[in-house]
Design a protein around this ligand. Sequence first.
Ligand code: SF4
Length: 340
Amino acid sequence: MESTPLLSVNNLSVEFSTPDGIVHAVNDVSFSIEAGKTLGIVGESGSGKSVTASSILKLNSGVTASTSGSILFKGDNILGADDKKIRQLRGSEIAMIFQDPLSALNPYYTVGHQIIEAYKVHHRGVKKPEARKVALEMLRRVGIPNPEARIDEFPHQFSGGMRQRIVIATALINSPKLLIADEPTTALDVTVQAQILDLMKDIQKENGMAIILITHDLGVVAETCDDVAVMYGGRIVEKTSVNELFTTPTHPYSFGLLGAVRSLDKSARGSLRTIAGAPPSLLHLPSGCSFMPRCVFANDGHSKCSSIVPELELVPSTHSLSACHLRKDALLKLTTKDLL
Ligand code: SF4
């Protein structure tokens, strides 16, 4: 029996009005996630992954020209929720962490003050000593050594990795059901990156929260996620399990990403920037497949590539959804040849 998803995003589209025209940042995106699972959303810069994530907490409101579709959290549509409801959700049921821990922490307050305040917002009437006890326990849980001494220090007194641990402590202090992590380890060196990912996984095992991990790094996806949505030009072009993405990718863009990763030297491992060409302008999306200018299969007699936007469809003998006009069985045959 299929379990009900904790979060279900359906046909989400987000457009921004700019002096140069309408930016079609997210186009008809759908996905869902269950409790205890980790979904990776992967793509290059400007693929729409961060706007998709921000939409879940309505963080784009105010500058958004329009948002359509629905975002159901525990069955309620977040997009239709008022500000009060959204404030209740933020930090208590759904928490978000970003790439730069410094920008998430206030330099003028001690880390303890910031964690305690985050706790008090959703625990009105709690006494300070009790909140401090909870904050100390949380700091211990995220691996801050000697938290009794360090709770009264300021953000600049911590290393980048330790600061991200503090951001995670602040995000998790109210035991959210969903953590959205937008490039949480990109600013950290590889060793610290692995520690932070391990920490997130450990906490997930303990509390069963779902994680949406936004990343441009396929190495991070491989190590952390259960399922993955590959975004390109504001759309999901492939949706699959992590295992299938790495063994049987079914979209030419995914082939490119995996080929790029395999051809890179160690220092650049995981970068997605080696596919020839540039991502499309979200101001002027092409009428057909937006990957066409970079697709090595586009000139192979597929006239639909230039005129019809491909829909996500199930690829036979896999569990993958792929948005490509190539015959789906042909996609599978191409996999091995084009990755070697
Ligand atoms: Fe390439 Fe055409 Fe498939 Fe787009 S639809 S990925 S251009 S083969």
